[in-house]
Design a binder for this molecule. Structure first.
Ligand code: UT7
Length: 338
């Protein structure tokens, strides 16, 4: 038995905020943002959306695409850095209830922008250990509610949205048109760079129980980003992750049909392509209109590629993410028949 992706789905909130609109309240312009990041616009959640609602919409579409009923799902994993609550209950539980997955366990996974690839690996192994039971893996973010809209060096990078896949066990297909390829994964972290991307307000901050603010540790803190340090880490790590996965599988990077790298900055992806001596066209890119949606970026990209017909059965693909933690993660797989 192998565990495969059975369907994909995504959701982007309808409101679009362009660079020109940001320039009305911020000392910036479309030329700077696009030339430094490859981003023209981002989707921003309205009052009727939050992480759980977007996650449920994306997951509902993935269930529909997979032809799977909510009751068949045994596990819901939601990778997010922007949960509905600070810090519990898990947003995955709200999504599980909204979808009607009443036989499923549910938990959130925090590995920032690498979270979806971490979660996919957890779900795949859980499915194989449980007779091929089906799981939903979601990446969903409402970054617009935690960025500092006065910090032009960080707020311009981010957007909101959700992407999801259904994964489950299938018997090996003897009639497959291609030689089946075993899945490979790589999960990594370097906590030495923990302060490169942070959001304060957790238990790290000491407040004596008798102080007036006890229990309110740093309410509504914003995201802090050391852009240069993250950029350098991203270029080095994304190339290393993809190369290492290929080497482990006895493949060359040139054998890859498509690479789904975390959509953080187009210049990061261009630098990775140059470093790996690969044509830029191998790298899926949609950040011009979605911006950086953190844990949602890779599943949104996958769903877009599936719906545009840019992924076909048998394609050898790599997923590669990096993010706060610092974390990094990759997966190599053959795209299944959907
Ligand atoms: O999911 C992971 C999340 N994080 C990332 O992926 C971040 C990775 N890093 C980056 O994408 C880039 O480092 C940034 C896009 C954040 C910054 O680009 P940069 O080319 O490294 O610019 P910089 O920080 O070196 O800034 C250059 C100049 C500065 O002005 P001075 O000091 O040279 O006068 C900035 O103040 O550009 C200025 N600047 C801006 N100007 C107009 C910074 N942000 C803006 C802006 N509009 N939005």
């Amino acid at each position: 038995m192998t565990a495969k992706i059975l369907g994909t789905g995504s959701y982007l909130p309808p409101k679009i905020v362009t660079n020109d609109e940001l320039a009305k309240t911020l000392d910036t312009n479309d030329e700077w943002i696009f030339s430094h990041t490859g981003i023209h616009a981002r989707h921003v959640a309205g009052a009727d959306d939050c992480t759980s609602s977007m996650a449920a919409k994306a997951a509902g579409r993935a269930l529909e695409a997979a032809g799977t009923k909510p009751e068949e799902i045994g596990l819901v994993i939601l990778a997010t850095t922007t949960p509905d609550y600070n810090t519990f209950p898990a947003t995955a539980c709200i999504v599980q209830h909204a979808l009607g997955c009443r036989h499923a366990g549910a938990f959130d996974l925090q590995a920032a922008c690498s979270g979806f690839v971490y979660a996919l690996d957890m779900a795949r192994n859980w499915s194989l250990a449980n007779n091929g039971r089906k799981a939903i893996v979601i990446g969903a973010e409402t970054l617009s509610r935690i960025v500092d809209w006065k910090d032009r060096a960080s707020c311009i990078l981010f957007g909101d949205g959700a992407g999801a896949v259904v994964i489950g066990g299938v018997e090996d297909d003897a009639d497959a048109k291609y030689e089946p390829f075993a899945y490979r994964s790589l999960l990594g972290a370097d906590g030495g760079g923990a302060d490169f991307i942070t959001r304060e307000g957790g238990t790290r901050q000491f407040i004596a129980p008798d102080e007036p603010d006890a229990g309110q540790a740093g309410t509504l803190p914003k995201l802090n980003l050391q852009g240069h340090a993250v950029f350098a880490f991203a270029v080095k790590t994304l190339s290393a992750v993809v190369k290492s996965l290929c080497m482990d599988a006895g493949k060359h990077a040139a054998d890859l049909d498509r690479i789904f790298a975390h959509q953080a900055n187009g210049r990061i992806i261009e630098a990775v392509a140059r470093r790996m001596n690969l044509p830029l066209e191998k790298f899926f890119m949609n950040l011009a209109t979605t911006a950086n949606t953190s844990a949602a970026s890779i599943p949104i990209s996958l769903d877009e590629a599936v719906r545009n017909g840019e992924l076909k059965e048998g394609d050898l693909i790599a997923l590669a993410g990096f993010g706060a933690g610092l974390t990094y993660a990759g997966a190599l797989m053959q795209w299944p028949h959907l």
